[in-house]
Design a protein around this ligand. Structure first.
Ligand SMILES: Nc1nc2c(c(=O)[nH]1)N[C@H]1C(S)=C(S)[C@@H](COP(=O)(O)OP(=O)(O)OC[C@H]3O[C@@H](n4cnc5c(=O)[nH]c(N)nc54)[C@H](O)[C@@H]3O)O[C@H]1N2
Ligand SMILES: Nc1nc2c(c(=O)[nH]1)N[C@H]1C(S)=C(S)[C@@H](COP(=O)(O)OP(=O)(O)OC[C@H]3O[C@@H](n4cnc5c(=O)[nH]c(N)nc54)[C@H](O)[C@@H]3O)O[C@H]1N2
Ligand code: SF4
Ligand SMILES: [Mo]
Length: 756
């Protein structure tokens, strides 16, 4: 186990007794069996086999190959997360007595899982000013109200927020209709997620997505996995890590939390190993740095390689610009500055660098532990620098691979749902609409909350997601949404945001088909740049008033824009939308004709197997990555401790449990981390000993924006000085501190005072 002095762990040593010693395994197989043999089992099987991409994460299983296959056609690539997501969508409709009987104040008492378990939304609802119940409303009035809410205000006062579960077609329409109106306010969940990856990678390599595809990953003999809890959040990625270890490769994990599933993982795809051998070993080496210090860890690895002459200087000079600044930083930064920032020893970093150097082809993969920091973009650039300096870019088996979140979040970016519209797409869209588009900068997710709080937003359309629940500082989010005149939520199921994020004049709640029910074909893009083609489907909700997202948005566009210069109502035909996508979205040329060929494809220009990049010079653009200041304030910053009270200030990671999908909680406990319910704080046992707090004591956790009472202390394998709590409950605690380069909040380094 990691000690306070050492951040390196021996993965063979057994983790804390209260926590599970591995992720996945028998319980997963058992849960599969129970789900598929239950009364809803036949419908579940039918849906699992439907030719559409998994709803859950962006690893992107399913599609034309059938529900269980990855893009290389390999079977058994579906995980329990997928089952969970489908089961939630197969629930019956919300009983009409719920909205007729419960006032908004009562609905606000429901927890996230209670909201989800109300069932599926099956008819449009409206909450009007001066009333306290959501009431049914007909579609024709809905269309009138929404069109009026978008038509009346100046374009800079209307906005959208979206979450990456919808289709490419819906995403393309959303941005086209807003941009044609003159608004660039296209906030998206990626602003709260991988925006630092998109911005950092685009700056360095000219492309903001993964440069590695699945086939290339299978040629790697090294993976560096930073800030990802893939066993819970991208379970099928674990199969790739298991295979890599089986062929003698090295997995280096960098994470302040010794996640059980990153030590050993029992995958249903390898059942014998999973049951008999207690799962497969994942991490060859596990580094546990101080949260927020990855730039220092990476600089340490670079320095160790530099000092033993292991940097690929010829390669770097030939294929990058700005490298001399990076080398100058390596030389100028002392080991003392590096080790005191990240809390790892020089010896640990040198040892890890040597293991890295021994690998022939390395993929650097990361998730929210890298991006959710005030220096998230620097973190990403430090990864890109390390990949470049070690010669691990632009060839098979090597490269940078952000592990994306929502199943179509990357497709939303490709479709132009972003405040950072790429120039080639701008030009193509301007040709399409026949005039220049507005250059007024749009609001990203955080800027939108701030603008709304100042009274600068009149209308907001949320295409999926939970804008209230996903944002930091829940009180501010509620206040901000409350100053918007009209909020339109387009959703499949109720969530906390629909009851807490209420508009000043009218809040609409509009039910849509999910991916496997939509009565027309759709496409989505995985985090590996693979475009999947989803077949049409049907819903189990008989007599419901669901609408397809494409139909809803095309109707709105038609009412706003008429027939010029595009026949907007024709956009209700998704085949026509795909034609426009093929014409305007860079890399999507192969979308043309997909309706006849049914040929899924890789977006062109993204996967680099030569060290030549789409930057102005064709070379990677490296830059130095400053070390962050990670000092924490003292207790007095939070008002101090009362007499006789014990406590300490820690740096809080807010993350997902195994049993939740973002703001939607399915199961209350997290077996892998030994956290039995949601009101828990994972903390290093030595932090308890040194402050006199005791395991399982109930404490108050106080942040800069709010506090939570009655939180149970759970000792666990987490770096000293750090804590972990579950999002979205923890979002009341933090202010919206963000990375200035990407706007993404620092969800993984929240200063809090723990008092008890
Ligand atoms: N089942 C399930 N699957 C999901 C989701 C879900 O909620 N449930 N959500 C989807 C979405 S939208 C996303 S974005 C992804 C999220 O996938 P992840 O990024 O894996 O999710 P998080 O729970 O945010 O966990 C981040 C990890 O980063 C580590 N970490 C925290 N701080 C640091 C740090 O400073 N440095 C390093 N190196 N590590 C750190 C944490 O200990 C944790 O292991 O998952 C997607 N898939
Ligand atoms: N403290 C803290 N906060 C965080 C994070 C964190 O790690 N810590 N993570 C951040 C990250 S990475 C993200 S991505 C955001 C997530 O933020 P969001 O994407 O905004 O939130 P979700 O909870 O994924 O949204 C779920 C809702 O989407 C709706 N939905 C599901 N399927 C569909 C569909 O097909 N169509 C439509 N229209 N609606 C659908 C359902 O109503 C469901 O309730 O949260 C961010 N917030
Ligand atoms: S790994 Fe992700 S895409 Fe694949 S089945 Fe699981 S949740 Fe779905
Ligand atoms: Mo995300």
């Amino acid at each position: 186990m990691a000690s306070e002095e050492s951040g390196r762990s021996d993965p063979a040593a057994s983790p804390a007794s209260e926590t599970s010693t591995r992720g996945g395994g028998w319980s997963v197989i058992d849960a599969w069996a129970r789900a598929t043999l239950s009364t809803g089992g036949p419908r579940l099987w039918q849906t699992l086999n439907h030719k559409s991409a998994c709803l859950s994460c962006a690893w992107g299983t399913g599609g034309q190959n059938g529900g269980f296959r990855d893009e290389l056609g390999e079977p058994l690539q579906r995980c329990l997360k997928s089952v969970e997501a489908i089961q939630a969508e197969l629930q019956p409709a919300v009983d009409p007595s719920v909205f007729a009987g419960l006032s908004v104040a009562e609905l606000q008492q429901l927890s996230s899982s209670e909201c989800d378990r109300l069932g599926r939304l099956d008819r449009p609802l409206i909450l009007r000013e001066g009333t306290d119940h959501y009431a049914p409303i007909g579609w024709s009035e809905v269309h009138d109200l929404v069109a009026e809410a978008f038509r009346t205000p100046p374009p800079e006062r209307v906005a959208s927020y979206s979450s990456g579960r919808s289709s490419n077609e819906a995403a393309f329409l959303l941005q086209l209709l807003l941009r044609a109106l003159g608004s660039n306010n296209l906030a998206d969940c990626s602003d709260l997620c991988h925006a630092p990856s998109t911005i950092g990678l685009r700056r360095v390599f000219g492309n903001g997505t993964s440069m590695v595809n699945l086939e290339s990953l299978r040629h790697a003999d090294g993976v560096v996995l930073l800030g990802s809890n893939a066993p819970a959040n991208h379970p099928r990625l674990m199969n790739e890590l298991i295979r890599l270890r089986q062929r003698g490769g090295t997995v280096i994990v960098i994470n302040p939390v010794l996640e059980a599933g990153l030590l050993r993982f029992g995958s249903p795809a390898f059942p014998i190993r999973s049951m008999l051998a207690g799962g497969s070993e994942i991490a060859s080496l596990f580094l546990q740095p101080i949260p927020g210090s990855d730039t220092a860890v990476l600089l340490g690895l670079q320095k160790a390689l530099f000092e033993c002459g292991a940097i690929q200087l010829d390669f770097v000079k030939a294929h990058s610009d700005g490298w001399s600044d990076v080398i100058a930083q390596i030389e100028a930064t002392s080991w003392e500055a590096i080790t005191s920032c990240c809390g790892l020893s020089r010896e640990e970093l040198e040892y890890t660098a040597a293991r890295l150097h021994d690998c022939r082809a390395v993929v650097f993969a990361w998730a929210m532990g890298i991006t959710h920091h005030a220096n998230g973009t620097d973190n990403v650039q430090a990864i890109a620098n390390t990949a470049m300096l070690t010669g691990n870019v632009g060839r098979i088996g090597a490269g940078t691979m952000p592990i994306r979140g929502h199943s179509n979040v990357q497709g939303f970016g490709s479709m132009g749902v972003s405040v950072h519209l790429r120039e080639p797409m701008r030009i193509a869209l301007e040709q399409l609409v026949g005039r220049p588009l507005s250059r007024t900068p749009g609001y990203d997710a955080r800027a939108l909350i701030e603008a709304a709080e100042c009274g600068c937003v009149d209308t907001l359309l949320c295409l999926g997601g939970n804008f209230f629940g996903a944002n930091p500082d829940s009180a501010q989010a509620r206040r901000a949404l409350g100053r918007i005149d009209t909020v339109v939520y387009v959703a499949t199921k109720p969530n906390t945001g629909h009851f807490h994020g209420l508009a000043a004049r009218q809040t609409l709640l509009l039910p849509v088909f999910n991916r496997f029910e939509t009565p027309h074909r759709t496409t989505v893009e995985s985090g590996n740049n693979w475009v999947r083609f989803n077949e049409a489907g049907t819903t189990h909700l008989r007599g419901s008033e669901l609408i397809s997202e494409v139909e809803l948005l095309a109707e709105l566009a038609h009412r706003l824009h008429g027939t010029q210069p595009i026949a907007w109502r024709r956009l209700q035909d998704p085949v026509y939308v795909r034609e426009l996508i093929a014409r305007t979205v860079p890399g999507y040329e192969a979308m043309a004709g997909i309706d006849t060929s049914k040929q899924e494809f890789e977006v062109s220009g993204r996967v680099f197997q030569e060290p030549h990049f789409p930057t102005a010079t064709g070379r990677a653009q490296l830059a130095a990555t400053p070390l962050p200041d990670l000092d924490l304030p003292g207790p007095e910053h939070f008002g101090g401790l009362a007499q006789g009270e014990r406590g300490l200030v820690i740096s809080l990671i807010t993350a997902r449990s195994y049993g939740q999908h973002n703001t939607v909680v399915y199961k209350l406990g997290d077996r892998d981390r030994g956290m039995p319910h949601r009101n828990t704080l994972l903390i290093n046992p030595e932090d308890l000993t040194r402050t006199g707090l005791v395991a399982h004591q109930r404490v108050t956790v106080q942040g800069e924006a709010g506090s939570l009472e009655q939180i149970e202390l759970i000792p666990g394998s987490i770096r000293r000085g750090a804590g972990l709590m579950f999002y979205p409950e923890a979002n009341v605690l933090m202010r919206g501190v963000r990375d200035p380069q990407s706007g993404t909040p620092a969800f993984k380094r929240v200063p809090v005072l723990v008092r008890g």
